[in-house]
Design a protein around this ligand. Structure first.
Ligand code: MCN
Length: 786
């Protein structure tokens, strides 16, 4: 197999089993004597629990047990928050697996029923009588910060979970200067709450063996090793007796990073009953109780010269956390957001205050992009407003402010060092490719039948490939951020790879096989990737933050190169040559200058495994492992363009064209990269045009089903064109950067800018997302003074 396999768009090996229905998901697992758990969830967003009467439920047919908050006391620790943000006055509210005295969001668990079958369990939920005393609620994060807001946790004043700041340069001086000699742009941006919509809802199967004390948990998780760690802490089952298996996981988008109360409770039930127990949430339960994303109120201002040179960015962000802090929640609006404030531009001064606030919503967590779409939005929106105010082309303002091309490190004002980038080159290529000038010329012809055309662009750089571990420690992340890989070459040259990361839709079973094939010349089909089972994979820190290829892929590359180095020495020995004289190409080791004297990787693998004739001191076997801790994050980037048509009579927005230019370094598999960008772009478009988790005034979720929560549909979207540039990361062994979130980071603000560009002639300057026809129509009427 040729080395060209790196970079070729071979088909995903995952797909046949996924599209023929032969994959095994958690809910497909059925064990002998298995019981079923169902969670009774609070219908109130905030209430004291005066009494719970479970008698009728306990007596119901098939019911095996009913547990309330009192039953788990001393048995289950509170759900931990794993991002202990330093210098932020972090206040963690006790997050019980079952609420005992007070419920704080609709969906808080108040009791668990275990029955012989799922239907009996759900029927028995209706028989539990809970006497609630409702309390006032607050859902908007900025409102939660007000002095008279309802208080969620007695010991946490003002609902404030944390206050974090980042500063760089002299921002006050920048604004003072702009006040007199420049221009200041202000905006309030609402990053509405979004519901992650994985195809598979959450599910857990726990099997406790009373004789051995061992417990196996099958779980819909993005990070089985972290899940094992947390399950051990919360349930008390020792880590060595806990095995976590992520079978097929039907997407996560960040919502399956956390380990949830229901997961711990499923373990608790199995342990208490000595029977396997399964719990699978319904879609409505998923909407109500699986973490949401975003939920920021952003007050932001930008200072610039009259020529359009950005001099400062200042903002206050109120970030809703929901009722409790989910696993990674404090790091999202702070580290992943605040450190990216200056984007791809030379911004000399920034300051951000982030207030994390408890509200009566379901806890918020990472949702594809996690902090970076919200940061990109602020800057990219204000740049467009600046351009409009100065009557400049928005692309020209970006070009004026970009950090010039760099290929080995660039320090930015927030303290990060970006690895490599050519932001001006990326935007230039996008504008040429889309024939931007012609698009603008057509737009200038004016509206046709009340339909206004808008063109939106945005440029982004994101921080991903989360590592290094030292930085994790410094920013309070309670874990490491390295990855490991074991590569084992069998006697016939077939390869098994064991990785700690846990892809759940991204396609690394294919791309990681491509890495191995390219490095040692085996056929990609002869490489099997094992992941998702803590008993047969090395420790890993999970799949999120577009880190699996940037960190896990690097670990794999380093491990497989160790194999190649050993194979070279062994081949030299077999050919009676010196190792220094050996060359390697396309799976063959040959003596320099005489390519007829060669050994294949298969020849070497056989000899390494039978070990009949090894060089002095060489160990048998052909196996290598690596623990790879990256020296820095990676910083992919790009520019996107959208064209929309807005019908000013109806307020309807139609997306006409979308082109994404992304640079994630050398692409291992361009087809997979394209698919990742497509998925990400569509999720971002969803935020701009359709999606919003709406809680009413009493914090009831009114978008609790797919009928009420508008997901993007294929028939509403134009073809999404994906183009690229290639700027290798200087520190990654393969030059590769992440791409899993890129599309989401750029696309929301690209579409937002396009719609506002269309409405510019009508004097509309701001509309809250999503752009429902009603909101757009009303904004047009308001601008007209109607
Ligand atoms: N890739 C490549 N060449 C590159 C970079 C990446 O071929 N230069 C490939 C990778 O090898 C992998 C895919 O692109 O097959 C995405 O890789 P990467 O950027 O490493 O992202 P992760 O695998 O770490 O995935 C996480 C990322 C995140 S954070 C979210 S959220 C998300 C996403 O991926 N959730 C997803 N994509 C998703 N896709 C699916 N189907 N389901 C989800 O839940």
């Amino acid at each position: 197999m040729s080395a060209r396999i790196f970079g070729s768009g071979i088909r995903r090996r995952e797909d046949p089993r996924l599209i023929t229905g032969s994959a095994t998901y958690t809910d497909d697992i059925t064990l002998p004597d298995m019981a079923y758990a169902a969670m009774l969830r609070s219908p109130h967003a905030h209430a004291t629990i005066k009494n719970i009467d479970t008698k009728a439920a306990v007596a119901a047919p098939g019911v095996v047990a009913v547990y309330t908050g009192a039953d788990i006391e001393g048995q289950l620790e509170p759900v931990p928050c794993a991002w202990l943000l330093p210098d932020s006055d972090l206040k963690i509210a006790g997050y019980p697996c079952i609420a005992k005295d007070v419920v704080r969001y609709t969906g808080d668990i108040v009791a668990v029923v275990v029955a012989d079958n799922r239907y009996q369990a759900y029927d028995a939920l209706d028989l539990i009588e809970v006497d609630y005393d409702p309390l006032p609620t607050v859902i908007n994060p900025k409102a939660a910060a007000k002095a008279d807001a309802p208080q969620l946790h007695d010991d946490i004043e003002g609902n404030q979970a944390f206050h974090w700041t980042v500063t760089g340069g002299d921002v006050d001086a920048a604004f003072a200067e702009a006040e007199t000699n420049g221009i200041i742009i202000k905006d309030r941006i609402l990053q509405q709450r979004l519901i992650p919509n994985a195809m598979e809802t959450r599910s857990a199967v726990a099997q406790y063996n009373r004789a051995s004390g061992e417990l196996t948990l099958w779980s819909t998780t993005q990070n089985p090793h972290i899940a094992r760690f947390l399950c051990s802490v919360v349930t008390g089952v020792p880590e060595d007796k806990l095995r976590v298996i992520a079978p097929e996981v039907g997407g996560g988008f960040g919502s399956k990073i956390a380990v949830y109360p229901a997961d711990f409770l499923t373990i608790f039930c199995s342990k208490s009953l000595g029977r396997p127990v399964k719990w699978t949430e319904t879609r409505s339960e998923n909407y109500q109780a699986t973490t949401h994303g975003r939920d920021h109120v952003q007050d932001v201002e930008l200072s610039a010269t009259k020529e359009g040179e950005i001099t400062g960015l200042r903002c206050t962000v109120y970030a809703g956390m929901g009722a409790y802090l989910s696993t990674a929640a404090p790091g999202i609006p702070t580290i992943l957001h605040g450190l990216m404030l200056s984007g791809c531009y030379t911004v000399p001064a920034v300051k951000e205050d982030v207030y994390g606030l408890y509200t009566n919503g379901v806890p918020v967590e990472a949702y594809r992009g996690a902090g970076r779409p919200e940061a990109t939005f602020m800057l990219e929106r204000l740049i467009d407003v600046l351009a409009a105010k100065l009557n400049l082309d928005p692309a020209a303002v970006r070009q004026k402010n970009f950090i010039p091309k760099f290929d080995d490190g660039h320090d930015v004002v927030t303290g990060l060092t970006y690895d490599s980038g050519d932001y001006p080159g990326g935007l230039t290529k996008l504008l040429e490719h889309t024939d931007y000038k012609t698009l603008r010329a057509k737009q200038a012809e004016g509206p046709i039948n009340g339909k206004y055309t808008g063109i939106g662009i945005s440029s982004y750089v994101e921080i991903c490939g989360l590592g290094p571990s030292q930085v994790a420690g410094a920013i309070g992340f309670q874990g490491g951020l390295w990855e490991s890989a074991i590569v084992r070459v069998h006697p016939t040259g077939k390869v098994h790879v064991f990785i700690g990361a846990s892809p759940h839709g991204q396609g690394e079973e294919t791309t990681f096989a491509q890495i191995v094939a390219s490095e040692i010349g085996v056929d990609a089909n002869d490489v099997k990737i094992f992941h998702g089972d803590t008993d047969n994979t090395p420790m890993g820190w999970g799949t999120y933050g577009s880190r699996t290829t940037a960190v896990g892929g690097a670990a794999l590359a380093v491990a497989v190169r160790k194999i190649r180095d050993k194979a070279k020495v062994l081949a030299a020995h077999l050919l009676e040559a010196s190792a220094e004289d050996m060359e390697y190409a396309d799976g063959k080791f040959f003596v320099k200058g005489s390519s007829d004297k060669s050994k294949t990787i298969q020849d070497v693998a056989l000899m390494a495994n039978v070990a009949w004739d090894l060089p002095e001191g060489m160990e048998a076997g052909l196996e290598a492992s690596t623990f790879y801790d990256p020296p820095n994050f990676v910083f992919p980037y790009g520019s996107h363009l959208a064209v929309v048509e807005v019908d000013t009579e109806t307020g309807h927005v139609e997306l006409i064209k979308y082109t994404a230019l992304d640079d994630c370094g050398p692409q291992i598999n361009p087809v997979i990269v394209e698919g990742q960008v497509h998925g990400g772009v569509v999720q971002g478009i969803g935020q701009a045009l359709w999606e919003e988790a709406v809680y009413d005034d009493s914090a009831q979720l009114t978008t609790g089903t797919m009928l009420d929560y508008a997901l993007p549909r294929a028939d509403k979207l134009p073809p999404i064109e994906v183009i690229s540039t290639v700027t290798p990361s200087p520190h990654h062994p393969l030059g590769v950067k992440g791409v899993g979130e890129a599309g989401t980071i750029a696309s929301t603000v690209t579409v937002y800018n396009a719609v506002m560009d269309a409405l510019k002639p009508l004097g509309v300057t701001s509309i809250d997302m999503p752009f429902t026809p009603e909101r757009v129509w009303r904004a047009i009427q308001d601008a007209k003074g109607n």
